[in-house]
Design a protein. Sequence first.
Length: 385
Amino acid sequence: MHELRGFAKIKGEKKEQKILSTNKWHTYFADGTNELDLQMGGSSFILGYNNPAVVNNLEAKILNTARCQSNNHNYNDDTIRAGEILCDGVWDTYTWALSGTSAVEAAISMNDEYWKAWEKPKHKIISFSFAWHGTSYLTKDMGAPFLLANHTNRCINLPHPKGDVDELETIAKIRQMDLTNVGCIIFDSATWINGLHGFSHSWWVSIRLICDEHNILMITDDVASCWGKTGSLHPYQTVGHGVQPDISAVGKSLTAGYTPLGAAVCNKMVGDVLRIPGVWNYNHTWQPSMMGIYIMLNVYDYITENNLLEKVPLIETQLTNLAAEFDIDSYRVQGCFFALDARGKTEYTGLSSTILKNNIRGCAPLTADHTYFEDLRTHLYGSLS
Ligand SMILES: Cc1ncc(COP(=O)(O)O)c(C=O)c1O
């Protein structure tokens, strides 16, 4: 029996390690060692590991109703409440998805069904690489085409901009292109996989303008950045400077990482078309996963009861102060996300990046407290010394 483990091209080869348990922000291994999870499970576990509030009443709920399929036109009070939370008064229409990958696929499906209904052959997607949009063929083709032997021929891949000059060049390049067959432009609002270079206000405004001028849908992949990590549930409200895309894909932290759940949300313009009978076709066996729904409700209640979104600016300040302590090249902090550029290759990065050899990227949980920052400081001194 052989399990395929690892992700050779991106994460490199690592030694096999048996895990005994996870607690708060640590992983404990069978050999007696432990590691701080710098990225909190790929930015999913916003409430830390072993948080009992996340699974509150789960057994009773799932034993009461285990299945409620939206593609059978079914719903219950919990799926409706979860949908209201998801749309947060700023989105018109939504669909559940299985994971982050499935959420991005659902967002592209919204785009495709929209243009199909208008009978417009706008099959091309403008995307930026390197970015991580997921594990399916299309999502890899959008963000990491170098991983594929064959291509979908749908994506126009532009190099992922890093910084203002790159952004201006990329915008100019898009403006020079023939955009007739382009249905959407998609980008990852978090950019932390690329070292957290972020997107400027002018980028968001320019992409929005191009989309409006050329009848293109603007899609943000907010799977990594959603649900509080930038201080808002939907990142366009914070890192996007209020510039709302037409469609957004969300996932990961909806359930604080405890079970996979994703969703795509869209504005009224797109929703009005998708809600026409016969237009929408996106179907999973679990849609939604009821485990996901119950956990999502617990997570939302915990976030609001503990005012965790309001604490994000303080987390950002503490991360910034901590980063400033180190003798490194540069650093960037955005909400709970941080990226540190060491002067040389970092030897001991724990559960952090292996893509950029001198870069340590992480994501603090929304529950980060004094102990977390002390643990993080110790870990970073270990990595950077
Ligand atoms: C921006 C972004 N989009 C999509 C995905 C895919 O999510 P999942 O791994 O849940 O399929 C990820 C996962 O890392 C991500 O960071």
